[in-house]
Design a protein around this ligand. Structure first.
Ligand code: GLU
Length: 438
């Protein structure tokens, strides 16, 4: 069977880390099995969908590296949904409903008062009600008549799942203004696009039971389903409260590496350790539904920041060459001091200047300046030079190295001087040891 998956965001907001994880898990699974990853824009909600959010979806997925093998908008596909609707109607599974939102609300509170589940009571199926409401000239919305029996499937994450559709309301497929809601278009597209696996968050488990009945009623082949646990915050709180601060756009603006974001989202909530990876391909190789646990995955921004730093530390120069014109030796000297790519500019200043030196021990600095060997310098230069300075001045340990670091960089801490010194070069080193900004 060829693997075809889809990521189906609604363009009603920015992609947040939860959506991004859905996209990523679909993508990794497809890549692992040599399948196709489709991007479907679920924009049937015309009032809430915007072009700007749609553009942002493309931008954010591209940033994360999730290339797609095909894309479409639901708004282009309405004829297919109508065809599916009429097919269901012909088989007797669609019925018109006339209740207003207020009436439905009242029905739900009556049920709550009687401790009954808030399920639609099918009052519109009563001929007398139907005749009355039609007579009032009410415009119907349309529901799918569930079988009120047990629906089961083997979920690739949750294992065997059984849901009794008698515990659910018949889903509304078409609103009274004629607009399709999510349920039917999604199934019609999954059939038409030959989706082999529907991979999404566990908030869709109940939808799946209803959608399986729709697949069956349309006589279609059923995809396989995988529902993974949702993301929660560090303390187990729902992430949705803080979604604004966890959009991919925000992470990009904060300077997070897309690869770190991907590795983090791929590994949290799984049995794999959260570790840096150098390519999305590695993450795809390691992907397995069996590794996804049943407990929610904890998204902790501080953990992501730490993984971001470790991801940079592990990056070969070839992966960053475009943003590090200073060259490979510079990258090797500074990479383990980075927490973000944006720190590079500040570290580059230590080499190219201007650095305002801090002279802690003037005698030592002057002696050290006098002992600097002639160039060319390499990584052995620092060891030989500091040995000579120690021999001449008697300074050792911290009283030797601390004043030299302060003079050469103006900072208490920083990259390894053995790697930095040859990059700074003799002229600037002499000047800084003499207390001159260089
Ligand atoms: N547009 C739906 C959502 O964002 C898609 C769900 C699905 O994957 O079927 O929740």
């Amino acid at each position: 069977m060829s693997v075809v998956v889809r990521f189906a965001p609604s363009p009603t907001g920015l992609l947040h880390v939860g959506n991004a994880r859905t996209a990523l898990l679909n993508w990794l699974f497809a890549k692992k099995l040599g399948g196709r990853f489709l991007l479907r824009i679920d924009d049937t909600d015309a009032a809430r969908s915007t072009k700007a959010f749609e553009d942002a979806i493309y931008r954010d997925l591209a940033w994360l590296g999730l290339t797609h093998d095909g894309t479409d908008r639901q708004i282009n596909r309405l004829a297919k949904y109508s065809a599916a609707f009429y097919q269901l109607q012909a088989s007797g599974r669609i019925y018109p409903c006339f209740e207003t939102e207020g009436e439905l609300e009242r029905q739900r509170s009556l049920q709550a008062a009687r401790k009954l589940p808030p399920i639609y009571n099918r009052a519109s199926l009563e001929p007398a009600n139907k005749a009355k409401w039609e007579g009032e000239g009410r415009k119907p919305h349309w529901r799918f008549k569930l079988s009120r029996s047990k629906v089961s499937w083997t979920d690739l994450v949750r294992g065997p799942v059984e849901i009794d559709t008698a515990t659910m309301s018949d889903p509304v497929l078409v609103r009274e203004d004629g607009a399709f809601l999510y349920t039917l278009p999604s199934v019609a597209d999954d059939i038409d696009m030959a989706i082999s696996h529907v991979v999404r968050g566990e908030d869709h488990v109940t939808n799946t039971a209803a959608q399986i009945e729709i697949f069956q009623a349309l006589g279609a082949t059923m995809p396989k389903f995988a529902h993974f646990p949702l993301l929660v915050g560090a303390g187990g709180e729902a992430l949705s409260k803080r979604l604004g601060s966890l959009s991919l756009e925000q992470l990009r603006e904060e300077g997070m590496e897309p690869l770190a974001v991907a590795a983090y989202l791929a590994k949290i909530g799984t049995s794999d350790p959260v570790e840096p990876r150098q390519t999305l391909g590695e993450l795809a190789e390691e992907f397995d539904f069996a590794k996804i646990g049943r407990a929610p995955a904890h998204f902790v921004p501080e953990e992501l920041a730490a993984l971001n730093a470790r991801t940079l530390h592990a990056m070969p120069y070839s992966a960053v060459a475009a943003s590090v014109p200073q060259g490979e030796a510079f990258w090797e000297a500074i990479k383990s001091n980075l927490t973000k790519r944006g720190d590079i500019a500040e570290l580059a200043r230590l080499v190219s200047g201007p650095v305002t030196p801090v002279i802690e021990d003037a005698g030592l600095a002057a002696a050290a300046a006098g002992l600097l060997p002639a160039e060319p310098w390499d990584q052995e230069t620092w060891g030989a030079w500091t040995k000579a300075v120690a021999a001449q001045t008697g300074a050792k340990g911290r009283s030797l190295f601390h004043p030299l670091r302060l003079a050469l960089t103006g900072l208490e801490h920083g990259p390894e001087l053995k790697k930095l010194l040859p990059l700074i070069g003799r002229d600037k080193s002499v000047a800084r040891l003499k207390g001159q900004t260089a």
